[in-house]
Write a protein that binds this ligand. Structure first.
Ligand code: KG4
Ligand code: ZN
Length: 341
């Protein structure tokens, strides 16, 4: 029988404390996610100090539960994988420290994982990866197009110059009185409205692969405030639909243009905003129409947000490629893939 590779994976970069046990990089034996959303909602966003304290409270319980649900013990493990960046430094440090302790106490290799590579590998639970590959990674902190000539090699070809897509959703959601994180609700509202406001599509026609969402956010906020001052109430469903159409147009157009320029075999869609129904169906449509030769994997809805299963899948690839961290591994809040020149 082939040897069983079992990875204990940690994810604590933001406001989810998560521990998973992954078999051979593709099978989820457990994926425990303790969310802190309730604690941050009243502040309208993640409060770093509150997040770190939550991680400390939950991390050991998550480890116990992940091992129990998977039906394995520390002795069965092959390696420990952990997100060491990008993210909030205090949050990252809790996961990094826990992973180091387990690695040291049980004499296991420690495998460092980039959180964005983790998001990408959520799609690995849907199907096999083919290279060269392109990924559209859209989350609360990042929006980027990543080119992968081969496994374990990542190059950013375009990214946001200001707000990330998820961040823009959360900020405009706040103006409409939607609790943090607002993306899911705005997505639901968008399905009930129509694009009647025609907000700007920043950088849509520019030759590069970069994004910008702050102009859209300002246009949205000004529209709502001006109406407020006139005592006018705008239709929240149309506002949501108009905002979403603008985001989706830009993301889809830039992605199609990236595929025109980079002949790849596969497109990956991942990150928190990859859960967006408008974006998923638009990419389905555009890929059929403009790039039927490229296969697409969209991260499963359940694994779009932060979780340790995705870190375990990426950790398996890193393990196989020989990535090892020493016990002095530190959190790297600004960790990024290299930018292609
Ligand atoms: O990847 P993620 O869980 O955390 C980061 O690494 O940033 O992404 C969270 C972001 C939040 O901004 C949230 O509002 C957004 O993903 N999000 C969505 C949807 N579900 C979550 N945005 C748009 N549509 C959704 N359905
Ligand atoms: Zn994330």
């Amino acid at each position: 029988m082939a040897e069983r590779n079992l990875i204990l994976a940690f994810e604590t970069s933001c406001d989810e404390t998560s521990v998973a046990v992954i078999e051979n990089g593709t099978k989820i034996l457990s994926n425990v996610v303790a969310t802190q959303i309730d604690s941050h909602q009243r502040f309208g966003g993640v409060v770093p100090e509150v997040a770190s304290r939550h991680h400390i409270e939950w991390i050991t319980r998550c480890i116990d539960q992940a091992l129990a649900e998977a039906g394995v013990s520390y002795d069965d493990l092959t390696a420990v994988a952990v997100t060491y960046g990008p993210g909030l430094v205090g949050s990252l440090l809790v996961g990094v420290t826990a992973a180091k302790v387990v690695a040291w106490a049980h004499n296991l290799p420690l495998v460092p994982v980039n959180h964005m590579a983790g998001h990408l590998y959520a799609a690995r639970y849907v199907g096999e990866f083919k290279y060269p590959q392109m990924a559209l990674l859209v989350s609360g902190g990042h929006t980027e197009l990543v080119y992968m000539p081969r496994e374990h090699e990542y190059e950013i070809i375009g990214e946001t110059r200001d707000d990330a897509a998820g961040e823009a959703y959360d900020k405009i959601g706040r103006v409409l009185g939607v609790n943090y994180p607002a993306g899911k609700t705005i997505d639901e509202w968008a399905a009930k409205g129509k694009d009647s406001f025609h907000f700007p599509r920043a950088m849509e026609k520019e030759e590069n692969f970069d994004f910008s969402f702050s102009g859209l956010k300002s246009a949205f906020i000004n529209t709502v405030h001006n109406a407020d001052q006139r005592g006018q109430k705008l239709d929240k469903y149309d506002l949501a639909a108009s905002f979403q159409q603008s985001v989706v147009d830009v993301l889809a157009e830039k992605t199609m243009r990236a595929l025109d320029e980079y002949p790849v075999k596969q497109l990956i869609l991942a990150g928190g905003v990859a859960a967006n129904h408008g974006l998923r169906s638009r990419l389905d449509h555009d890929m059929q129409k403009y790039h039927p030769e490229v296969s697409m994997l969209q991260a499963p809805l359940k694994l779009c947000g932060d979780n340790a299963a995705m870190i375990g899948a990426a950790g398996y690839i890193n393990y196989r490629n020989g990535d090892r961290a020493a016990l002095d591994l530190n959190a790297d809040p600004g960790l990024m893939f290299a930018r292609m020149k």
